[in-house]
Design a protein around this ligand. Structure first.
Ligand SMILES: [Fe+2]
Length: 297
């Protein structure tokens, strides 16, 4: 249950308006505003830490640029994330053994991974990561780090899910109520050769935990089922339309080698891309059960 004092509670109008005004004040509009240069991501200086944290607090996302170039250094990503409290990696069966996924095309090599969009050259539409995870394994934050960029394409749009919340609530608070319902979206049961491997998994799209807002969403319709009632369908249609219309406050950028993103699992996309067999695009992706936290007083 969301406390009635939370600005995210659909009945707390005054609290919402105050939070909304603070959220939108001086909200950055250019993707360059998100970028922070880091001399050593493993050990941030006070100034670098503060520059990163300031952006995380405002927009739920920050972009960093290191001098790592094409160096394959997962440890740097892990240590950077840990400086903001990200330590509990989501165990994903496609992740490498160390829990960080190497996103690179696998269509040609006949591996199982090549069946999943992240491991192809295809575009990925708006989503938050781990929307199919059960509530106890919510992905609160993630890191994306570029080792090798594509020859063309492979850029990302990023959109703070709190801005999506504001746009929907301003349009109609009923959208928020519908998307917070405990059965707003269902991940269909997975059936294997022995019968049902996992039952239907209903859950909310917007959830609040410890005062923090979480969103599960995908523009795909294949792997999820929205509740088929009028308020839910209207809310989903409003969210689809918002994201499809280049929403104000969304950022577009391309990660170059040595650059990365730290975020509280904001909405994001990837454009399709081309690369070469001898120089495959490679991004590390780390998904965490923790929220980005302020660890230096
Ligand atoms: Fe993603």
């Amino acid at each position: 249950m969301i406390p009635t004092t939370s600005p995210f509670h659909p009945d707390n109008s005054a609290g919402y308006q105050a939070w909304r005004a603070a959220k939108l004040a001086d909200y950055p509009s250019r993707s360059e505003d998100l970028i922070v240069e880091l001399s050593d991501p493993r050990e941030l200086t006070v100034a670098e830490y503060q520059a990163l944290w300031q952006r995380i607090v405002k927009t739920n996302v920050v972009v960093y640029r290191t001098r790592l170039g094409e160096t394959e250094d997962k440890e740097a990503v892990r240590q950077l994330s840990a400086q903001f409290g990200l330590t509990h990696l989501d165990a994903n069966w496609l992740a490498d053994e160390d829990g960080i996924s190497s996103l690179t095309p696998h269509e040609e090599d006949g591996q199982k991974r090549g069946e999943f969009i992240p491991y192809t050259h295809h575009r990925i539409r708006w989503h938050t990561d781990g929307y199919y995870n059960p509530p106890k394994r919510r992905i609160w934050a993630m890191a994306l780090h570029c080792v090798r960029a594509a020859d063309t394409g492979g850029s990302n749009d990023l959109y703070d899910h709190e801005l999506a919340y504001i746009a929907l609530r301003d349009a109609d608070p009923a959208h928020i109520r519908a998307l917070m319902a405990p059965d707003a979206m269902t991940i269909p049961a997975r059936v294997d050769a022995n019968g049902i491997a996992r039952p239907d998994e209903p859950g909310p799209a917007f959830a609040v935990e410890d005062g923090r807002l979480h969103l599960r969403y995908t523009a795909r319709t294949k792997s999820i089922a929205w509740k088929q009632d009028a308020p839910t369908l209207a809310a989903v249609q409003a969210l689809d339309a918002l994201l499809g219309g280049d929403p104000p406050g969304a950022f577009s950028l391309r990660l170059e080698p040595g650059m990365g993103v730290l975020c509280n699992n904001v909405l994001h996309t990837r454009t399709g891309f081309s690369d070469r067999a001898e120089h495959r695009r490679l991004l590390y992706r780390a998904r965490y059960h923790d929220h980005l936290s302020h660890l230096r007083g």
